[in-house]
Design a binder for this molecule. Structure first.
Ligand SMILES: [Zn+2]
Length: 510
């Protein structure tokens, strides 16, 4: 049985490899055609279809456009576009999408011809006549193409259409915002920024780039430029999301232009001090009201069937609620399984890591709640008894998710309670859609989460950050975190502790 399964897997792999080989043959041929300057598209298509692979007569137009745009072969793509349009053939929806995508990418760097502009407008009309509602990707492609010809009202309409069935992409929002700045429609751009933030689509580089250009175009007086650059920094601070390395450099240059000291700096992790200006960053602690909001939200979610406790049984939730009622408050709540995973699969090692962490807090005389899974009860008895002697313990069903339990226990326990987990907690999933609560939760997490990592000397416990890792303005100085060059988190919400090494320090020269 096992052998035949393996054979089957082997055969599957062989088939996959076979297809990959031949589909790359088609692309290889197309690439060589592009390099050699061959532009007889009928012949090229005929030859491609003779080769084995994923291209067929239905998808060949759109696939070819995709390859040409990806390789930035714009001259070839333009002649191919003309070939499609002049050949009296029915342009498929896929090819239409390919053409819109081509005009967007080309149009971001070059001026489109009147014919090309008209094609985009005609497509907008045609598609709307043909389909009541455009599919997500067609609407996205159309929106991007309309941006390059500055048809912003149609773009806003499309964005609303997309929002009915899903959330527009980061690129859709940012391309539109950038376009609005480009054509000096600041009020509309600011409205769109608010929408994009509410939709959890932080700005991409293009939007920031056009925002900065707009300010430099519109104002000449350095003090006024400085004032409006601060509007960008305030936006970054409010959204609490690090910018990219590219945008950080643009902001730095913009501040230098208005005679500010602009430096790349780092923040000392243990003290929160900037290594350039030696100011200490603030820790924006939750107010009592904010914590109550968070706690009430958690209480509301303690319902069977809520998406937070989806996999929990009614009995377990009841048992958990009663347990917390009886034993809270705690000083610290441990996500036991998650912490134990710091060790390899060996149960003894896992228990050692947990023992080390429990000891660390027990020595500080802290009241500990250790939250684990029921299967952990099968671990070495004496190791478990050691943990149980030093902490309160609660074990959930193996199917339940850990996150909601240990976060819920900590928040119900009170505003002083900390947590320990190696995870980033995916805060957005926990508090779901309310933007304000999400931010409160994020700050709560930064303020209360201890982490455990493996150092040369064994498991090591790290305290929460003494400062809030968001852009801050204190005593006339901006400190703005950004992602290092090799980071791949562009545009994503920063759930964890950001790199303390990549910050901007911006201050007016005195
Ligand atoms: Zn500084």
């Amino acid at each position: 049985m096992l052998l035949s399964r393996r054979l089957l897997a082997f055969n599957k792999c062989q088939t996959k490899c076979f297809i990959r080989l031949h589909s790359s043959e088609q692309i290889d041929y197309l690439t060589s055609v592009l390099a050699n300057g061959v532009r007889d598209w009928s012949l090229v298509q005929e030859n491609i279809l003779k080769k084995y692979g994923n291209y067929n007569d239905k998808n060949i137009d759109s696939m070819m456009l995709k390859v040409m745009v990806r390789n930035k072969e714009f001259d070839a793509a333009m002649t191919f576009a003309d070939f499609l349009k002049n050949n009296n053939r029915d342009i498929s929806l896929g090819a239409t999408n390919g053409l819109l995508n081509l005009y967007f990418h080309y149009g971001m760097e070059h001026e489109l011809s009147n014919v090309q502009k008209q094609f985009i407008l005609d497509t907008y009309d045609k598609l709307h006549k043909k389909y009541k509602i455009l599919d997500y990707s067609t609407a996205e492609n159309l929106l991007h193409a309309l941006c390059v010809i500055h048809e912003w009202k149609k773009c806003i309409k499309l964005l609303e259409d997309i929002s009915v069935s899903g959330t527009p992409t980061h690129s859709a929002y940012s391309t539109l915002i950038g376009t609005l700045f480009k054509i000096n429609k600041k009020a509309e751009a600011m409205k769109m920024i608010t929408k994009s933030v509410n939709d959890r689509r932080p700005l991409l580089d293009y939007a920031y780039e056009e925002w900065i250009k707009y300010i430099n175009r519109k104002y000449k007086d350095k003090k006024t430029v400085f004032k409006y650059l601060n509007e960008i920094s305030t936006h970054i601070s409010n959204s609490c999301i690090p910018i990219t390395n590219v945008t950080a450099n643009r902001i730095k240059e913009a501040y230098i232009q208005v005679e500010c000291e602009a430096n790349i700096t780092s923040i000392h992790r243990k003290t929160g001090e900037c290594t350039t200006c030696h100011q200490t960053l603030d820790c924006l602690k939750l107010t009592e009201d904010e914590f109550t909001q968070l706690q009430n939200n958690v209480k509301d979610k303690l319902i069977v069937g809520s998406d937070l406790f989806l996999k929990s049984s009614p009995g377990e939730l009841q048992r958990f609620s009663k347990f917390v009622e009886k034993t809270a408050p705690y000083d610290i709540v441990l996500d036991a399984l998650n912490i134990s995973f710091l060790a390899n699969k060996n149960i003894k090692d896992r228990l050692y890591v947990l023992g080390h962490v429990v000891n660390y807090f027990a020595q500080k005389d802290m009241k500990i709640l250790l939250l684990g899974r029921k299967h952990m009860l099968k671990w070495n008895r004496s190791g478990l008894e050691y943990l149980m002697a030093k902490s309160l313990t609660f074990f959930t069903d193996d199917l339940s998710q850990d996150d909601p339990y240990f976060i819920t226990a900590a928040i119900l326990s009170g505003s002083h309670t900390d947590i320990v987990s190696r995870d980033l907690l995916r805060g957005h999933r926990f508090v779901l859609k309310d933007e304000n609560l999400r931010k409160i939760f994020q700050r709560w997490q930064w303020q209360h989460q201890w982490k455990v990592f493996m150092s040369k000397r064994g498991p090591s416990v790290q305290s929460p950050l003494p400062f809030t890792p968001c852009a801050q303005f204190n005593n006339g100085v901006w400190h703005i975190p950004y992602e290092s060059e090799n980071s791949c988190n562009e545009g994503k919400v920063n759930d964890g502790v950001p790199d303390c090494a990549t910050w901007l320090c911006l201050r007016q020269k005195t």
